[in-house]
Ligand binder design. Structure first.
Ligand SMILES: C[S@@+](CC[C@H](N)C(=O)[O-])C[C@H]1O[C@@H](n2cnc3c(N)ncnc32)[C@H](O)[C@@H]1O
Length: 371
């Protein structure tokens, strides 16, 4: 069986390799990765000495230090230096092409989505207008189980639970507006499905997974479908997106969430990994890992996606980081199609930030600077 976790992917290693080749050269229009990878030059020639001095004096505008030059970016607008890990959010890939610092690219500001019901309904293409969610919503299956089996059997089966929306429609509107704010700010439209415009649906054949992929059972499939149906009716998962000065957009539990609850599916466009090796996205998710690398698939939420793309990663180089993990990213074979779900791995109190391990079984995503 494949390891349970899926992983967030970045083209960091390749990009980093190319970047280091550029060391010793100041920015020039001929440089393919101009600006992005302009680290301080490593060696000095006579003609380059004044440029060299300039780079030697460069310090990060955020922390004031000039160390970690391999991760120091120079802005193509103002020439100021910034550590990749001092940026908000932390930059994990070297940008391709020109890079402009936060002072030169005010477009990075958060755009607050209006809390207007009609606009929110249109943004998420909600099928039904807002209505009161009954207190038992999302608990139908739980009631059935209570009447049918012993507690002992319930614990053993470890079935997935549907999320339980907040009953207050105004609060749900706020939750949805918070996601619309985040999606709009990063230029992404909403989808709650996997989309197949780059790779065909038939390429996503779960049985091609190296070592096999766990199949989702009938009952869990029903739970997943119930979550999808709730979402399409505006019975939103109890999650709030907020903005953090170090992490960028983050997601918090907006009510108590039980262990084994489905938080969301990871959605976006499905593409072949080979098409995305030079992609700048920091939210690419592994979907299918096959014997033939050409057949490997990823989910790319850079144009369309949902709340999953905003959930934080733990720093898996530190014990404190590991303690924060409250979700697991799990890949399932659902009727032959590989899907990625984020699932609570313990009870999560209201207000707690959601975290999972971006590196569940491969160690490609650099999280050493994560907070
Ligand atoms: C999948 S995105 C998460 C959404 C992101 N926060 C945003 O605003 O778009 C992954 C990126 O979020 C940031 N991030 C996620 N978890 C973090 C953490 N624990 N500490 C610092 N930055 C984090 C990093 O910039 C990372 O590359």
């Amino acid at each position: 069986m494949a390891p349970p976790g899926s992983l967030m992917r970045v083209a960091y290693m390749e990009r980093g390799g190319r970047a280091r080749e550029q060391c010793g050269r100041p920015a020039s229009s001929e440089n393919e990765i101009r600006g992005s990878a302009i680290m301080k030059p490593a060696s000095k020639s006579c003609s380059e000495s004044s440029e060299q001095d300039k780079y030697d004096l460069t310090v990060c505008e955020k922390c004031g230090h000039g160390d970690s030059e391999q991760e120091m970016l120079l802005c193509d607008g103002c020439d100021r230096g910034f550590h990749m890990f001092c940026l908000c959010p932390v930059l994990v890939t070297l940008p391709v092409g020109d890079w402009f610092c936060p002072l030169c690219s005010p477009t990075a500001l958060v755009y607050e989505f209006p809390k207007v019901q009609k606009k929110i309904v249109d943004f998420f293409r909600i099928l039904k207008p807002f209505h009161q969610v009954s207190p038992g919503c999302g608990e139908v299956r739980k009631r059935r189980r209570q009447s049918g089996g012993s507690l002992c059997r319930q614990k053993k089966s470890r079935r997935l639970l549907p999320y339980i929306p907040c009953s207050d429609p105004h609060r749900r509107l706020e939750q949805m507006a918070s996601l619309a704010t985040a999606l709009t700010s990063v230029g992404v439209s909403f989808t709650d499905k996997l989309l197949y415009s780059f790779a065909p649906r038939m390429a996503n054949t779960a049985r091609l997974e190296k070592g096999g992929m766990q199949s989702m059972g009938k009952e869990d499939k029903g739970t997943l479908e119930a979550c999808k149906a709730m979402c399409s009716r505006g019975e939103w998962p109890p999650l709030m997106v907020t903005h953090d000065s170090r992490q960028g957009f983050v997601v918090e539990a907006d009510r108590h969430i039980k262990d084994m609850t489905i938080i969301c599916e990871y959605t976006g466009e499905v593409d072949f990994m080979r098409h995305r090796t030079h992609d700048e996205g920091n939210s690419i998710m592994g979907l299918l890992f096959t014997e033939d690398p050409d057949e490997e698939l990823v989910i790319c939420p850079d144009k369309c996606g949902n709340i999953a793309r905003f959930i934080s990663g733990i720093n898996n180089h530190s014990p404190e980081g590991k303690k924060k993990q409250n979700l697991r990213c799990v890949r399932y074979d659902v009727d032959g199609e590989a899907r990625v779900l984020l699932i609570a791995i313990r009870d999560i109190p209201q207000g707690e930030r959601l975290y999972y391990d971006y590196n569940a079984f491969q160690k490609e995503y650099p999280t050493q600077h994560f907070v």
